[in-house]
Design a protein around this ligand. Sequence first.
Ligand SMILES: [Zn+2]
Length: 125
Amino acid sequence: MDQQTLAQLQAQLHAEHDRILAELKSIATPSTDAPGQWDAIYPKFETQETGSEADRDDEEDEVEEYEERVGAKSSLASQLLAITHALERINNKTYGTCKTCRNPIPLERLQANPAAEYDIEHEPK
Ligand SMILES: [Zn+2]
């Protein structure tokens, strides 16, 4: 892979990293006891209602929103980790090769997903 292509993919990875990190930070906070892990933020909806009925509805909405955040942050955190690993592989000069067979990953595949770790043959299902 030539340097210019590598630099483009690296820029793509950095941009993606920042985008995902911003999204993650809006719904989760870094875990204090597990580095690299994120804890979903429990939503607290502002409400003017004082009736018990409305409070219960809000609680249900909060729980629902929280569960969505737990799912979303897991997916974002794993994408972020994959990007971090890809950037590490660029530093280690092992970027762009399949982790299983060490063959080069096709460029068009990397351009579609710069964090790809496997060629098509060895992509885990
Ligand atoms: Zn392979």
